[in-house]
Design a protein around this ligand. Structure first.
Ligand code: ATP
Ligand code: MG
Length: 430
């Protein structure tokens, strides 16, 4: 036998039990986003490589070592599987002049690709729900984003999540802080690790975000960006905090929260949990006022965030969240040729009335078909044998006790609605 082919490492199949939970999550997400007036946008999964280099920054983990980039074999174009959605979303907004119509509240959902070491909560293909507010100056929209997240966590019943907040100020403020930071790190160069020395002049802010425990004391005592913020940035930051306090959302200001992408300024935030081990950040975002201009658009402020769907679903499960079991309402069993043809008509009639119906395929005895009906979780079986077929009728059989009823095809939908109502106490899906 030839060897079987496996999925690419770090890229997961999402099998039906799990995929049903994903779909329920996606439905909830859609309602949640429309409740805040956000509209969907769908961008390609492949983009020109320079888009990400320009948007995310050359000296970032993503661009330096995580991108799936390749040359189009047919025309030599340099392409990249998107590692995140903001750059694509902004590119699309510029390309289609969307901001000419005013500010835009947008969202997207889909797979992202990063060549990282696969582990729990960290994959090479993972999924994000991304939210972007283009053309909004804030701080109101920054606060809106955080409030939205809090509501979603609440809707999902997620537990043990906390909010970390910081301000990265303006680019001038960051430049002054950067000078001071470089001077400080130069004085302690011998204490830096290899990553730190490499980033000393290219991306010193990132050194503050190091996970190396040996550097913690050094980083702790480094010049703090918050001490370099000017009046406008401080007021903006304060404006975000006022709304959060009004809404009763607790947060911790973390002066070392810098984010791994270069485009952020002013407000940045992360939602973290202690329940998922090392991969505890479930959602992250902030303001990126310079990005639209940097990608060639007319200057406009913007802010957004993205959440990791795998991590959120893992936390949902951890917090006792149970996706509803998806089962048909009717399973149709039949035996004999005429019965088989009537079964098709009956099943289509039921679907026409909105009932989820599984038609048994592949033959077999009534007994074995009833076993399948039971396993399907359907509350009703529709039984069609020679008798029924001759009379043009069907037998509606409750699977969990109760009287079975023989009805004509015309009576079937109302009879089922009535019985489902008796079982569920609801409108039986009508
Ligand atoms: P991390 O510090 O965990 O690498 P990040 O800062 O690189 O995260 P972002 O680019 O801000 O992540 O992406 C937003 C969210 O997407 C993260 O908070 C996380 O929930 C999720 N995420 C990022 N990378 C991965 C991955 N490789 N696998 C699964 N989820 C991921
Ligand atoms: Mg990362």
């Amino acid at each position: 036998m030839s060897q079987t082919i496996q999925a690419v490492r770090g890229m997961n199949d999402i099998l039906p039990d799990e995929a049903e939970a994903w779909e329920q999550f996606e439905e909830l997400i859609r309602d949640w986003l429309s409740a805040y007036g956000y509209r969907p946008i769908r961008m390609p999964i492949v983009e020109p490589t320079p888009l990400f280099k320009r948007a995310i920054g050359e000296v970032t983990d993503i661009v330096e070592k995580e991108m799936y980039s390749f040359e189009d074999a047919l025309n030599g174009e340099l392409l990249t599987l998107r590692p995140e959605g903001t750059a694509s979303c902004v590119r699309a907004a510029i390309q289609h002049k969307m901001l000419f119509a005013g500010p835009q509240r947008l969202y997207y959902h889909g797979p992202m690709y990063r060549h990282e070491r696969p582990q729990k909560g960290r994959y090479r293909q993972f999924h994000q729900v991304g939210v972007e507010a283009l053309g909004f100056e804030g701080p109101d929209v920054d606060a809106e984003h955080i409030l939205m997240c809090a509501r979603l966590w609440d809707d999902l019943g997620l537990e043990d999540i906390s909010l970390e907040l910081n301000s990265l100020g303006s680019s001038e403020e960051r430049a002054r802080h950067r000078e001071a930071l470089i001077a400080y790190l130069e004085r302690h160069q011998e204490a830096l690790d290899e990553d730190g020395r490499r980033r000393l002049y290219t991306n010193p802010l990132r050194i503050l975000d190091t996970k190396n425990p040996a550097l913690q004391a050094l980083v702790e005592a480094a010049p703090r960006l918050v001490d370099y913020l000017g009046e406008d940035s401080l007021r903006h930051f304060e404006g975000v905090q006022v709304v959060l306090k009004d809404a009763g959302i607790p947060f911790r200001i973390n002066p070392r929260l810098v984010r791994g992408l270069d485009y952020y300024n002013r407000t940045v935030f992360e939602w973290v949990t202690t329940r998922l081990g090392a991969q505890g950040t479930i959602c992250a975002g902030g303001r990126y006022d310079g990005l639209i201009e940097q990608l060639g658009g007319r200057p406009a402020p913007a802010a957004g965030f993205a959440m990791g769907v795998e991590r959120i679903l893992a936390l949902w499960q951890e917090s006792g969240g149970e996706p509803e079991r998806v089962a048909p309402e009717v399973y149709v069993v039949h035996s004999g040729e005429a019965a088989g043809r009537l079964a098709f008509r009956a099943a289509e009639a039921l679907r026409g009335h909105g009932f989820a119906t599984v038609l048994h395929c592949g033959g077999g005895s009534f007994k074995s078909q009833m076993k399948k009906a039971d396993a399907s979780g359907a509350p009703f079986a529709l039984v069609i044998g020679d008798d029924e077929a001759a009379a043009g009728e069907v037998t509606l059989k409750p699977m969990r006790g109760g009287e079975q009823r023989r009805v004509s095809l015309d009576e079937l939908a109302p009879a089922l609605a009535e019985q489902l109502f008796a079982v569920d106490g609801d409108d039986g899906g009508l």
